[in-house]
Design a protein around this ligand. Sequence first.
Ligand code: FAD
Ligand SMILES: C=Cc1c2[nH]c(c1C)Cc1[nH]c(c(CCC(=O)O)c1C)Cc1[nH]c(c(C)c1CCC(=O)O)Cc1[nH]c(c(C)c1C=C)C2
Length: 539
Amino acid sequence: MLTPLTKLKSSAKVAVVGGGVSGLCFTYFLSKLRPDVKVTLFESQNRTGGWIYSCATKDESGRQIMVEKGPRTLRGVSDGTVLIIDTLRDLGKEAVVQKIDKGCTADKKFLLDPSDKLVQVPDSLTTALKFLLNPLGKGLIPGMLGEWFRKKSQHPGQDESVESIINRRFGNKSMSNNMISALLRGIYGDDVSLLSAKRTFRKIYYNELKHGSNTQAMIDNMREKSKGKKSEDSQRPLTGCLNDYVKAFGKNESNLLDLSNKLKRYPMLGLAGGLEKFPQVVRNALNKFDNVEIVTNEPVVQIVKHDANVKTIGLKVQSGDKYEGFDHLRLTITPSKIAKLLPKNEDSLSKLLNEIQSNTIILVNYYLPNKDVLDAGQHGFGYLVPKSNKNPGKLLGLIFDSVIERNFKPLFGVDSQNPNASKKYTKLTAMIGGDMLNEHGVPVVPSREVTISAVKDALNHHLGISNEDLEAGHWEFTVADRCLPRFHVGYDAWQEKTEKKFQETYGQTVSLGGMGFARSPGVPDVIVDSFNDALQLGR
Ligand SMILES: Cc1cc2nc3c(=O)[nH]c(=O)nc-3n(C[C@H](O)[C@H](O)[C@H](O)COP(=O)(O)OP(=O)(O)OC[C@H]3O[C@@H](n4cnc5c(N)ncnc54)[C@H](O)[C@@H]3O)c2cc1C
Ligand SMILES: C=Cc1c2[nH]c(c1C)Cc1[nH]c(c(CCC(=O)O)c1C)Cc1[nH]c(c(C)c1CCC(=O)O)Cc1[nH]c(c(C)c1C=C)C2
């Protein structure tokens, strides 16, 4: 949360709504910090983990396989990733942590050009030249050369769309229509003409606000670096959440600093057996905590607020049971889902929450045993589809899971320990829709058959995979219904207003977490947010 939280009284009772990674980690950190506090976590499904779902299934020959139906990688440069890895170490599971080496095959990202050809996102002089010669690179050089001279926003400090700031800074529409639209689709599943620059493109936004241009920001930062003593990473003290984490749990600071610096060397990390290993490990630990109760298969349907002289808050669940006497309620579900829980007389708060809708993403997994149908030149992390592509299948992008899995290496073990390294198989995940599914603001989801057929066409056209190989594969279809909040222009202001309204209405008895209220929607970010709020409440 952006707003401060007050320390819980001794032996307080806390309710957590949502058993995704936010709710699990908030519960884990708080119940470790404060064994006197009793935490009850409510999860509507029969499993915890939320969108992190490494699904065990069988291929056409009945062989056990795992397909990711949500996230599969974590970025290396993030305090949240340090918290995840250190928690796995604490729980004796560090062996599952895997890294992707910088510059390895799986670190290559591609964009789909207007003629459905893959073009690698530049990571060298050769790939930069190829990119500039492709229509996707149109406007890049003149845009960058003239950036320093272009006018700043007429309304400094006011939010605007990513498309608006990119077109102004780079003096053309090609950048936002091509590379930028693709990159943001690959995180937010939404459109650059709607996404908030202040929230989703902070660097570009604050560079212009503070330095006048990105070029000037680069010059100023280089001057700062040459002025200041370049202290080695290893000597630079931990700051922010990691510093708090060391103090709160009595961690060895240099040990954590080493881990943080080690992780910064890797663009991505993953877990052997799937990313769901992490929420599973945390869940298993929580099952052994005396001060934690986890209630699954029980959707919370209403928050029960009492009149002013009663300081506690209650919850009603779908079965009709009521749970009373909580000193604090932690909500980790999306804003529009929170709105559904509010008492009937809170229209203004409900209206405010409903201003933020979420996009639906369809995930289609393809698995083909014993054959790698991707050409060597296509091996990489995956590809994204820019706005400039016709894109009849409404593809956001496609992840080459088998390439990632073959390139995973144990972070703490010996490199040779990856059983997939020499395996011949193809595993891909197509992500479809996002804002492209919306008709009058409401997601319209095509059938499994229509969607899989569109993905087959796309794999045939974009990657040259034969119909025979496509028909021989195993297919999975998952609708991640309203999974990603829409971070549109004005989102930061909306969050401040909503948190303030919540505190006016509920005082300190409610806090807001999860993707809608963390700095970014990624797993590391929601975990940092969970730790920070648990620390404020539990300090
Ligand atoms: C397709 C996709 C791909 C992604 N890829 C990446 C990636 O590569 N890297 C990355 O870092 N992040 C990625 N993310 C983001 C990542 O999934 C989220 O950061 C993380 O899962 C958010 O966890 P959460 O606990 O905040 O929310 P959720 O996972 O949504 O958990 C909320 C939980 O609350 C439960 N719930 C809902 N309503 C109620 C109710 N009324 N009562 C009780 N329980 C309720 C739900 O069942 C769910 O279990 C991706 C997300 C999606 C959708
Ligand atoms: C094609 C659609 C999507 C792909 N992933 C997501 C969508 C909508 C969702 C998503 N992916 C990432 C995050 C976390 C972001 C953050 O704040 O850390 C979310 C919500 C991770 C991510 N995806 C890409 C990058 C560069 C990152 C950040 C680094 C990391 O965490 O690994 C780009 C990307 N996403 C997809 C593809 C195919 C792709 C690049 C080729 C799938």
